[in-house]
Write a protein of this length. Structure first.
Length: 423
């Protein structure tokens, strides 16, 4: 008997554990964390930053020599020209070299500018990753609050249907007692059916919103999502000024602009320093390994490469200058957009705050009116239309309050993003 009880307890624990593993509980903090770490757009932006950083590391390799370790076999069969100009026929000889060769090729012009440019591009990419992360967080927060809104709306309509079912039961009793007309019962049933259709529509919207949120958070379909309904409350506005000068989107453009300017210098001033080359080899040379003798050689190169195409057409210079001009225009445009958005969101927040206050007041009034209408209905002295209207007003007021709160919170986070505050 005891053994059976232990088995049942173990099975129950296993089932509960599986259910716990399949359930994900989401609140505002976990939504933000998920969006930063699991959202595909945020992860791709981070990988692009890693790619830019790798290009920076690659640019720093300019001074590192290449090394060859091995052997070189040279075979000659036929004719050859001697150093004094004579030609030898019927030659059949071979030589071998065993050893190490070190090659250094330094483009000092590029070395002065390109590594710095790549570093700035990597820093710009990092700022763009921050922008992408913030945008993914904003999009996910909007989906989360939309899901909360629909969840509360579903609950409101479920309460309303339950209330209408009670009303229908009461009317049926009153009709049997001759206190009510059958048309009132039919009207109540029709009203319940209409509300049930609205609830089905909300269910469909809820499922679509849930799918969008799961995609945004990279959550697989086998998990069960639980929402924290306590997040349906107004968020206190962060006391900030308008620091758009420090916005990561602006920083990204500025850094890219500086990188383009360095690339321009690499095309012009980069031609002044010479190109250097050094090749040093040492090892053994001979007809075969046994007869080979030690040898070493040094080759040094210094010179200036003059790209005549730059002097004739100047294509590279025009390209980099155009990029700098585009960056300057993008910087001006982004500043303007951010400033306008900040003013817009601040104005919208003020309007949503008014809507919250009004809808809260409407909810309080309609709730009292509904309570009074229900008491009169139970006493059999009220008009059925009064109760239906009171239920309708209370339902609409509750939904209007939730809409106002969720829209306020979504706009609040958009304002933080426009102000350049990392979420």
């Amino acid at each position: 008997m005891m053994k059976n009880i232990i088995v049942v307890i173990c099975l129950l624990f296993y089932v509960l554990n599986i259910n716990a593993q399949d359930s994900i509980y989401l609140n505002l903090q976990s939504i933000i964390a998920f969006a930063k770490s699991e959202n595909f757009s945020a992860r791709k932006a981070q990988l692009y930053h890693q790619l830019a950083d790798a290009n920076h590391q690659k640019a720093k390799e300019w001074w590192v020599p290449n090394m060859l370790l091995g052997t070189n076999i040279h075979h000659l069969d036929g004719s050859a020209l001697n150093t004094d100009g004579r030609i030898f026929d019927e030659i059949n000889r071979q030589s071998r070299w065993y050893g190490t060769e070190v090659n250094l090729n330094w483009d000092l012009g590029n070395a002065l500018f390109l590594p710095k440019a790549k570093k700035l591009e990597a820093q710009s990419s990092k700022q763009l990753a921050v922008v992408a992360k913030n945008q993914s967080v904003i999009n996910t927060i909007e989906l989360y609050y939309e899901l909360l809104r629909l969840s509360v709306a579903k609950s409101v309509y479920e309460d309303l249907i339950s209330s209408k079912e009670s009303l229908i039961d009461q009317l049926s009793i009153h009709i049997d007692n001759g206190m009510r007309r059958e048309s009132e019962l039919l009207l109540s049933k029709s009203n319940k059916a209409r509300v049930s259709l609205q609830l089905i529509t909300l269910e469909q919207e809820y499922q679509r919103a849930m799918t969008s949120l799961m995609i945004a958070l990279n959550i697989r379909g086998e998990h069960v999502i639980h929402l924290d309904l306590t997040d349906v409350k107004r968020i206190d506005l962060t006391d900030v000024s308008t620091p758009t000068e420090g916005h990561p989107a602006l920083d990204a453009i500025k850094l890219k602009n500086e990188a383009d300017k360095l690339n321009t210098k690499a095309i012009t001033l980069g031609l002044l320093p010479p190109k250097l080359g050094l090749r040093y080899s040492f090892g053994k040379f001979g007809e075969n390994y046994e007869s080979s003798l030690p040898t070493d050689a040094v080759d040094v190169f210094i010179g200036w490469e003059i790209p005549l195409s730059h002097l004739i057409y100047g294509g590279d210079m025009k390209i980099t200058k155009s990029r700098v001009a585009i960056s300057n225009l993008e910087l001006e445009e982004t500043k303007m957009i951010l400033n306008v958005r900040v003013m817009e969101y601040q104005s919208i927040l003020s309007e949503y705050q008014k809507m919250i206050d009004i809808s809260q007041e409407a909810t309080d009034f309609s709730r009292i009116a509904l309570e009074q209408a229900r008491k009169r209905q139970e006493a059999g002295i009220s008009n059925i239309f009064e109760l239906l209207l009171a239920e309708e007003e209370y339902t609409l007021a509750r939904i209007a309050y939730v809409d106002s709160v969720t829209n306020y919170n979504k706009t609040h986070f958009k304002l933080l993003d426009a102000l350049g505050i990392q979420l």
